[in-house]
Design a protein around this ligand. Structure first.
Ligand SMILES: [Zn+2]
Length: 195
C-alpha cells in the first residue's frame, strides 16, 4: 500500500469515526445529565465541540506534511476555520430562534454539522498547491527524474515503463518524448532564483 493510498483510506474513515464519536459523546452526556431539554442541548453542544476538535486534529495530522505552509496559507486556513465556526453559530442560533418549541438542540446539531463538514472542502481548496508551486517542486526534483506523462507520478528507477500509480503503459520512446517536452516547458517557464 502506498502512503497516498493509506492516507486516502484514512480520510474516508474520518466521517464514520466522527459520527461515532458524536453519538458516543451525546449518549454519555445525556446519560449523565438526563434527557431533559437542557441536558440534550448541552449533550449536543459537547458532542459538537469534541467532534470538531477531533476532525480538525485528524485532518491536520493526515495532510500536514503534504501542505506547503506559507504564511498566506496558514492565514487562509485559520480564516476558513473561523468562517466555518461563525457560519455554524449563526445558523444554529437562527434555527433555535425560529424553532417554535424553544429547544436549541436541533439548531446546535445542524449548526455544528455545517461548521465541521464545510471546513473539510475549504481546506482542500486552500491547501492545494498552486501551479507555480507545482512548477517549482518539479524543477527542484532535478531534471534527471522521470515523470509519468499522464499523472505526473515519479517513475525514476522503475524496471518497466508502466506507471504504478495510474496504470498507464508507455514505450520507452513515449516516455523519452514526454520528458523532453517537460524540460522544454520548464525552460520556457519564467525562472526565479531560489532563496
Ligand atoms: Zn501515471
Amino acid at each position: 500500500m502506498t502512503n497516498l493510498l493509506a492516507r486516502i483510506l484514512l480520510a474516508i474513515m474520518l466521517l464514520p469515526l466522527a459520527a461515532t464519536i458524536y453519538l458516543l459523546v451525546c449518549f454519555v452526556m445525556m446519560g449523565l445529565l438526563g434527557w431533559g431539554r437542557s441536558g440534550e442541548a448541552f449533550g449536543f453542544l459537547m458532542a459538537t465541540l469534541l467532534t470538531g476538535l477531533f476532525v480538525t486534529a485528524y485532518w491536520l495530522a493526515l495532510w500536514r506534511n503534504s501542505v506547503n505552509w506559507t504564511g498566506a496559507r496558514i492565514g487562509k486556513t485559520t480564516l476558513a476555520g473561523l468562517g466555518c465556526v461563525s457560519a455554524g453559530v449563526v445558523l444554529g442560533a437562527t434555527m433555535s430562534a425560529l424553532s417554535r418549541i424553544n429547544d436549541p438542540s436541533f439548531g446546535i446539531f445542524i449548526g455544528g454539522l455545517v461548521a465541521i463538514v464545510s471546513w473539510l472542502p475549504l481546506t482542500v481548496v486552500v491547501w492545494k498547491e498552486t501551479a507555480q508551486e507545482r512548477t517549482d517542486r518539479l524543477r527542484q526534483a532535478a531534471t534527471d527524474v522521470l515523470f509519468c506523462p499522464r499523472c505526473g507520478y515519479n517513475m525514476t528507477g522503475l524496471y518497466e515503463a508502466r506507471c504504478p500509480e495510474c496504470g498507464a503503459r508507455f514505450t520507452i520512446n513515449q516516455l523519452y518524448a514526454a520528458q523532453q517536452k517537460h524540460e522544454i516547458a520548464d525552460a520556457a517557464a519564467p525562472r526565479e532564483e531560489n532563496a
